[in-house]
Write a protein that binds this ligand. Structure first.
Ligand SMILES: O=P(O)(O)OC[C@H]1O[C@H](OP(=O)(O)OP(=O)(O)O)[C@H](O)[C@@H]1O
Ligand SMILES: O=c1cc[nH]c(=O)[nH]1
Ligand SMILES: [Mg+2]
Length: 210
């Protein structure tokens, strides 16, 4: 499995802001969105482009065009929604496929509650987006759902990943690509990422921490 840890000073700076427990939801969403855009920039580096002709002030010219309609952005509810605007800023024409998963905090297993995918999934590259990869259960389930819908090319964007989650993801779906701002130390006894960010969904949306 290809894993790219995007070790850029701007990413590290913004991630530090997210780790600061005094960062409120307004700024948490802002920094998460900015990192999402920087990770999406890396994840789309090999995107195919189409040559199209345009009229310029100097006459007709062949230019590169990214076909947003060949992609789909896949936020895992709910925390993935905090990442979506940053990725959409770069890929505004990409349809959004939503996957609702909630991790059962007793068993740590993901429970599905919603899904609404784009059409022609077999022709699209999916960008799966979620701030946290902890045990990996949620991402593994979301990727299986995309594969069941015929999707063959899948890239994942996470803010923070635990080594345990990366190993599980690699065992389940070795052909996917992962772009992450940081690979942290380990999971704690509640399967939270240490040091991580705490509960990303609650911090993004201002709900009481589970
Ligand atoms: O790798 P895992 O062990 O599956 O854990 C990671 C999942 O947990 C969080 O979502 P959560 O279930 O808390 O839902 P929320 O986004 O609604 O808060 C996070 O956003 C991931 O989807
Ligand atoms: O560290 C973690 C693990 C799961 N979900 C989160 O929001 N944070
Ligand atoms: Mg949560």
């Amino acid at each position: 499995m290809k894993i790219v840890e995007v070790d850029h000073p701007l990413v590290r700076h913004k991630l530090g802001k997210l780790r600061d427990i005094s960062t409120d939801p307004v700024h948490f969403r802002q920094f998460a969105g900015e990192i999402a855009a920087l990770l999406a920039f890396e994840a789309t580096r090999d995107l195919p482009t189409q040559a199209i002709r345009v009229d310029t002030w100097a006459g007709p010219l062949q230019v590169d065009h990214v076909r947003g309609e060949d992609l789909t952005l896949v936020p895992i509810l709910r925390a993935g929604l905090g990442f979506l605007p940053g990725v959409q800023a770069l890929l505004p024409a990409a349809p959004v496929s939503v996957v609702g998963l909630r991790r059962n905090e007793a068993t740590h297993q993901p429970e599905g509650y919603y899904q609404r995918l784009a059409d022609r999934m077999e022709q699209r590259t999916a960008l799966l987006i979620d701030p946290m990869l902890a045990t990996g259960g949620s991402a593994i389930a979301a990727i299986q759902l995309l594969k069941n819908a015929g999707c063959r090319r899948i890239k994942c964007i996470f803010l923070v990943a635990a080594p345990e989650g990366l190993r599980a993801l690699e065992a389940a779906h070795p052909e996917i690509e992962v772009y992450v701002a940081a690979i942290d130390e380990r999971l704690d006894e509640n399967a939270y990422i240490h040091p991580g960010l705490g509960d990303a969904g609650d911090r993004l949306f201002g709900t009481p921490v589970d």
